[in-house]
Design a protein around this ligand. Sequence first.
Ligand SMILES: [Zn+2]
Length: 398
Amino acid sequence: MKRTNTLKLVPTEEQERRLLKLADNCSKMYNELNYKRRQSFFSGKFDWNTDELYHRYKGLIGSATAQQIIRKNNEAWKSYWALLKKLKQGKLEKKPRPPGYWKNRETGKRPLKILVRCDNYQLEDTVLKLPSKLKIKWKGTNRWNSGKQGRLEIIYDELSKRWYAYMPVEVEKPLPQPTGEEKAYVDLGVKVPIMAMVVGVNGDREVFGYKANSMLSDWWYWTHRIAEHQSCLKEVNNRHTSQQLKALYRKRQRRFRDWVKKMVSDFAHRCWRKGVSEIVCGDLRNIRESADFFHKSNSMIHNFWSVGYILRRIREKAEEYGIQVITVDERGTSSVCPRCGSKHVTRKEGRLFRCLNCGLEAHRDAVGCVNIGLAQGFLGEAINGAVACPSLPSLVET
Ligand SMILES: [Zn+2]
């Protein structure tokens, strides 16, 4: 499995000048190459040829790095072709866009980015050895230190004015294996980001989930701070953005992500302890529920509440435990009665679900994951006490 070490670089002034020059040339080359390819693409005759650019840039950034830039752009175009193919086969709804430039959307400037081939750098205890005898001090933890290292990316962060190196590692260390063959059916949402029903091979089932209350109020707190700062900017100097504003946005997102990480770690570990070997995720409740819950702030919440992010974390974390994750498209899972299949249900009173046909009462969020289990061929009596009253542990906040 692939993991990434994040290292903070501490270059001297002289080293920083070299990094700046190198990074600027890397971005320039990438954009020139991409421009050429876009032109050829729109003219209807795609041109993979890179000879001229390669020869022009290899003296400036080194031949190995020039190669990596080409390869990076090749990857972008290959995945674009793959998406086009999917579109033709009808497996994709939205038309993909051809690869874009390396560009900071807000400032319009080129980002400063350097690519280093996997065998062209060495990470030592305190220094990172790069080509052209560049030895830069670094800070952080070399967390994934066994396994094959991949292409290094060095990026200058405009906001913190710091250099970071991202080092991918193909980790080979032995991982825990699933201890059983249970399945977990998972419904993703906003107020309860993860609600799961674990079904044992013997039919035992347990429903549990995570409340997002504390995280949501934290998110609103930072949203409020952002709004305050925005109106202050506008009033005082009629501006729309500032470094401080960007820092606030980043802070809000980091806090959200940290919380999600913590929740997902806890979830994956619980699943593993219970012997889960497969997690089945339905991923649509989020969209509908956010529409109910967040009213006008809808579009805002969509940007922020990335169901993709939560799902990716679940996949990564589950992989560490040898647990497989599959996703299923489930529409309206929490608006159908899991006992009689009736759609004649109420979901209005708090978190209570009531079937007007058979009288079933259950926890609203639990109904979703039970229905996902039912749709996936998990048959039998799905309703028991666990569904009416699932356990919703709070995460320990730090
Ligand atoms: Zn019913």
